[in-house]
Design a protein around this ligand. Structure first.
Ligand code: ADP
Length: 457
């Protein structure tokens, strides 16, 4: 059956159609033919018996006159069977056998000896002076059908066959149309996917119905849409990365060129500025790596049980000196009870650090930052509120997108890569939590993330 797989689907289905119809036709032909023949045999033997009953008095009269069966063949005006041709309606002696009182065959063939009881039931008795002297028994075998009868059977068979062929022809034509109808959308799908493999992502196929093929077309379109979107994102991301890497590199190159040209003296301050740019570049590369791993779902989390309050306290000690240098007041509100969580502490620390760094970056000197954590049912929420410039409502939905910066120049000047919040989002979601931002422009922003709490065990 393997060779069938190389044959086009339409032809295969059509072949299946053909075989099924041929089998069906043969079976119905055989059954119809059998039924007709059997019915015909019943009909013809009944008719023969009736004829035998009509003929019996004639035969009886002959016997009464002659006292023997000698010359009985000529009674019905025919020669003995087998000698010469009878008329088309048949030689009566082919349809009847004459058996005498002892059950012996006088004319015709009877396969075996027949008892009187059977003779009574299948034959017409020939009665002379009240005595049964013989029986006229109809023969029902095919070869004894008359020419007309055989003609009838043949034409019936022919009609059955013709009906079968017409029905099969109609079924095949209808089947062909039906198949074409079914296969048309599949062909469209095939053509579209071929063009897709050649890189044409604009391919879509019409959805013709809600059946399996319609659903297939729908999912094909969805798949291509996703491919197109991710292809666009990929291109956008490469362009973004190239752009983001180029800026610090250009600054480094420019500074080094200026030193080589003798424009700048390689003073510690100039070298420190170049060093700063190289650090930004390194941070950008590290952030990109984390982000791409997280987005590909390949981030390895080294989860352990921890009290979230400890993780928060540690992060605060890291950021505190920077806050102090800007005279920003940090207020920390933590629950009195331990907050048991199953986390990768380093990743969650980074989330918190990214949010706190932003708060520090966008809060003016002498500003206020509040960090609070509170448990709510099976989750803990950590919020960082600042009293910085806030975020415009139309910008709010984009802050978690990679490379998105509200104010490019200012963000760059303060060392932002545009990846901090995108990374935070990925890390929080990898822990089964959520992150969101609320803001009132001019008053400040609040960034909140949630994590599941593990009370059990
Ligand atoms: P960046 O490195 O530029 O800070 P982020 O992904 O951390 O990148 O933040 C994206 C953008 O969201 C920032 O450029 C800024 O416009 C806005 N943003 C983030 N945090 C704050 C905040 N606390 N106050 C105001 N704007 C913020």
């Amino acid at each position: 059956m393997k060779f069938l797989r190389n044959i086009p689907l339409a032809i295969r289905l059509w072949l299946v159609f053909f075989v099924v119809i041929a089998i069906g036709m043969s079976i119905s032909y055989i059954l119809a033919e059998r039924a007709t023949t059997q019915q015909f045999i019943v009909f013809s033997s009944r008719r023969n018996l009736e004829q035998a009953q009509l003929l019996a008095p004639l035969v009886a009269e002959y016997y009464a006159q002659h006292g023997s069966w000698e010359g009985i063949e000529s009674l019905l005006g025919r020669e003995r069977p087998g000698r010469g041709k009878g008329p088309p309606w048949g030689d009566p002696w082919q349809r009847f056998s004459l058996l005498d009182a002892n059950g012996r065959v006088v004319i015709g063939q009877v396969p075996a000896e027949i008892s009187r009881e059977v003779l009574d039931s299948v034959g017409a008795p020939v009665v002379v002076n009240g005595v049964r002297v013989a029986w006229l028994v109809p023969t029902t075998e095919m070869q004894h059908f008359s020419v007309v009868e055989q003609e009838f059977l043949r034409s019936t068979r022919g009609a059955i066959l013709l009906a079968g062929v017409i029905a099969a022809g109609a079924a095949l034509v209808l089947g062909g149309l039906f198949l074409r109808n079914i296969l048309a959308p599949l062909r469209q799908l095939e053509r579209a996917s071929q063009r897709l493999t050649q890189g044409d992502l604009s391919q879509r196929v019409p959805v013709t119905g809600r059946d399996e093929i319609g659903r297939l077309a729908e999912s094909f379109n969805r798949m291509v849409e996703r491919l197109e979107r991710s292809e666009k994102l990929r291109r956008q991301m490469i362009a973004d990365i190239a752009h983001e890497l180029r800026t610090p590199l250009t600054v480094i190159q420019g500074d080094l060129q200026a030193i080589l040209d003798g424009v700048y003296e390689p003073t510690p301050a100039v070298i420190a500025s170049i060093h700063e740019e190289s650090l930004l570049l390194a941070r950008l590369v590290a952030d990109l790596r984390d982000l791409s791993l997280a987005e590909a779902g390949e981030l390895r989390l080294e989860k352990q049980r921890a009290d979230l309050r400890d993780v928060i306290r540690q992060t605060v000690t890291v950021i505190e000196p920077r806050l102090a240098s800007k005279r920003i007041v940090l207020t920390v509100k933590l629950p009195d009870e331990p907050v048991p969580v199953e986390i990768d502490p380093q990743r969650i620390q980074q989330v918190l650090l990214n949010i706190l760094s932003n708060a520090e970056r966008y809060t003016p000197e002498g500003g206020q930052i509040t960090l609070s954590a509170f448990t709510r049912r099976a989750e803990v929420r950590v919020s960082v509120t600042d009293n910085g410039p806030g975020i415009a409502p139309e910008e709010l939905p984009y802050v978690f997108e990679r490379f998105w910066r509200g104010d490019r120049s200012r963000s760059r000047a303060t060392g932002g890569t545009g990846l901090g919040l995108a990374i935070a989002k990925q890390f929080v979601e990898a822990h089964g939590g959520q992150i969101w931002a609320e803001s009132t422009p001019g008053k400040g922003s609040t960034f909140t993330f949630s994590l599941p709490v593990c009370y059990a065990g």
